[in-house]
Design a protein around this ligand. Structure first.
Ligand code: DC
Length: 219
């Protein structure tokens, strides 16, 4: 049976994962966060002190898998649940760097395509509509201004100890945008047939409603 595949791409901090979770709950689809896979690979490489030039040699040893518990994605390295460990700023930056390496992308590509073949999914990332699922039923490119994305991240972090200053968060976002858009392999860009949704002026609920509407119109 053909599965329904929805691709959501966009820069860091545009709200992709929160919005995709809301929409997939509404539609009864599985939500696949591909950024978590790149983060898990980055965690493995960091923990094992593998320098970038040796990644190709060791990438075959990285055992990333996803489990869905009550519809919520958990990411594993071997049999270790690393879903929380991958959320540090250090791993964000490491993932942004190591995801540019073709051997890393090749490793995760098959896993992502298999998930899409076997399930009705909403998959978010950077290259889902352009490279991983070029035939997706619906493609969305979700974005917001860098300042607004930094603002949202700052609000989220300001409740925690050690919140970095706003300027540092903005600098990180701009750096990650640059890395994601300028790498040679599978750079972040809007697919020609993707619908652009700019959430700078929208609440999460408004963004989710807009995307649900786009999906329902097309499938
Ligand atoms: O969405 P995120 O911030 O969790 O993603 C972490 C990093 O992984 C991000 O800097 C870019 C990379 N990534 C990618 O290259 N391709 C994807 N499909 C998803 C994420």
């Amino acid at each position: 049976m053909k599965t329904v595949n929805i691709a959501i791409d966009g820069p860091a901090g545009a709200g992709k994962s929160t919005i995709a979770k809301m929409v997939s709950a509404e539609m009864g689809y599985i939500y696949v966060d591909t950024g978590a896979m790149y983060r898990a690979v980055a965690l493995y490489l960091t923990e094992n002190n593998i320098p970038d030039e040796d990644i190709e040699k060791y990438i075959g040893d990285v055992d990333v898998s996803l489990k869905f518990i009550d519809g919520v994605q958990r990411v594993y390295l071997g049999d270790r649940d690393v879903s929380e460990l991958i959320r540090t700023p250090e791993i964000s930056m490491a993932a942004s760097r190591t995801s540019a390496i073709p051997a890393v992308r090749a490793r995760l590509f098959d896993l992502q395509q298999k998930l899409a073949r076997e399930n009705n999914i909403i998959m978010d990332g950077r290259d889902i509509g352009t490279v991983v699922l070029p035939n997706a039923d619906v493609k969305i490119f979700l974005t917001a201004s860098a300042e607004e994305r930094a603002n949202r991240r700052y609000k989220e972090l300001s409740e925690k100890p050690d919140c970095p200053p706003y300027e540092e968060i903005l600098k990180d976002i701009i750096q990650r945008d640059y890395n994601d858009m300028n790498r040679e392999t599978a750079p972040l860009k809007q697919a020609e047939d993707a619908v652009l949704v700019d959430t700078t002026e929208l609440t999460l609920e408004q963004s989710a409603a807009r995307i649900t509407e786009i999906i329902k119109e097309r499938i």
